[in-house]
Design a protein around this ligand. Structure first.
Ligand SMILES: NC(=O)c1ccc[n+]([C@@H]2O[C@H](COP(=O)([O-])OP(=O)(O)OC[C@H]3O[C@@H](n4cnc5c(N)ncnc54)[C@H](OP(=O)(O)O)[C@@H]3O)[C@@H](O)[C@H]2O)c1
Length: 313
């Protein structure tokens, strides 16, 4: 097994990299080499035996398999450009991107890497931070077969509970992720609407949450908890579970694909408008479920609830 590298230690990346590093320790193989824009985010990974490295091209130079887990398409493109222009050979290296990016970004990235005889796998994930911590994410994976077979054992029962194989065409994995997020964002909107309805009618958020968890499953129940625990608007010095701008990016990717294929997404449009209104009102430090705050305002309540932060000061 070649040495493994990692870039991206955000809400998802740190949990995923930690599980991978623990597996490398169990297998008594060489440690994960990591880099992140904010290196201090890696302290917990270092404590598990991970090896910090000061730049992404240096990670690439030392590793045969390089995972990335970053916010958006522009960050991924910038990282790959830095690797391509580093002067180090990329021959036979496997790049595995777990971020949610547009299929076109996947296509161009894979093509650029192929020119230097490197493989690119799109391996986006389903599930939030607590599921990442438990190593129970669902992965979609697409790209060259040899690379997929090398990488799958690093995912299955290490970072994920299930790997959905999308075949040779990496763009299909990214397409599946974007399609999945249509469900995610609509479900957050639905749970938010039901919880505002429950509060305003006097039913109460407690019984509503019990029902959502029991009748609609743990994912919907988890979205309800983001509202009732105030996690939709966390303290300003914290990192949201799934940042509102990331979900806005995902919804916009879905709309560009939908437009090209003459598909309408009216539910997603409502959710997107409410997420954008939430960000306009309360800033960047919001979870994707923060459309709830806007639904509260429309029902004559404050954006904030009793357990969220109370403003932007
Ligand atoms: N959170 C979820 O529930 C969830 C679930 C499934 C998929 N996703 C997707 O997974 C990806 C990562 O999500 P996340 O929640 O982990 O995001 P996050 O917490 O915002 O972390 C983003 C990562 O990208 C790095 N980064 C951001 N801007 C950068 C820049 N300009 N240059 C270099 N590095 C930069 C950050 O570095 P710093 O640490 O220095 O900020 C961090 O390592 C996203 O594509 C998201 O859509 C998220």
């Amino acid at each position: 097994m070649p040495r493994i590298g990692w870039y991206g230690l955000g809400s998802m990346g740190l949990a995923m990299a930690s599980n991978l590093q623990k597996q490398l320790v169990r297998k008594a193989t060489q440690s994960l080499i990591y880099n992140n824009r904010t290196m201090a985010r890696g302290d917990a990974l270092k404590a598990l035996g991970g090896t910090p490295e000061s730049s992404f091209p240096n990670v690439v130079a030392q590793c045969g398999i390089i995972f990335t887990m970053v916010s958006n398409d522009a960050v991924l493109q910038q990282l790959i450009s830095s690797a391509l222009s580093s002067g180090h050979s990329l021959q036979n290296k496997i790049f595995v991107d777990c971020s949610t990016v547009h299929p076109e970004t996947v296509r161009t990235t894979a093509a650029k890497l192929q020119e230097q005889e490197a493989d690119f796998l799109a391996a986006p994930v389903f599930g939030g931070n607590p599921i990442a911590v438990d190593g129970k994410l669902v992965f979609a994976i697409g790209g060259p077969g040899r690379a997929r077979e090398v990488v799958k054992p690093l995912i299955q029962d290490v970072m994920g509970r299930k790997v959905i194989d999308c075949g040779e065409d990496a763009t299909r994995a990214s397409l599946l992720k974007i399609a999945g997020n249509i469900v995610t964002v609509n479900m957050m909107e639905a749970v938010g609407e039901a919880q505002v309805f429950a509060e305003r009618t006097g039913l109460g958020t407690g019984p509503m949450e019990e029902l959502i968890g029991e009748a609609f499953g743990p994912v919907a129940g988890g979205y309800s908890k983001r509202l009732t625990t105030g996690a939709y608007a966390p303290p300003l010095d914290s990192r949201p579970g799934f940042g509102v701008s990331l979900a806005i990016k995902d919804a916009k990717h879905a709309f560009t694909m939908a437009r090209d294929h003459k598909v309408e997404l009216p539910g997603l449009k409502v959710s997107l408008d409410n997420m954008e209104a939430a960000r306009e009102y309360a800033g960047e430090c919001l979870d994707s479920s923060s459309m709830y705050g806007v639904l509260r305002q429309k029902a004559g309540l404050e954006f904030w609830n009793e357990r969220s932060r109370k403003g932007n000061a």
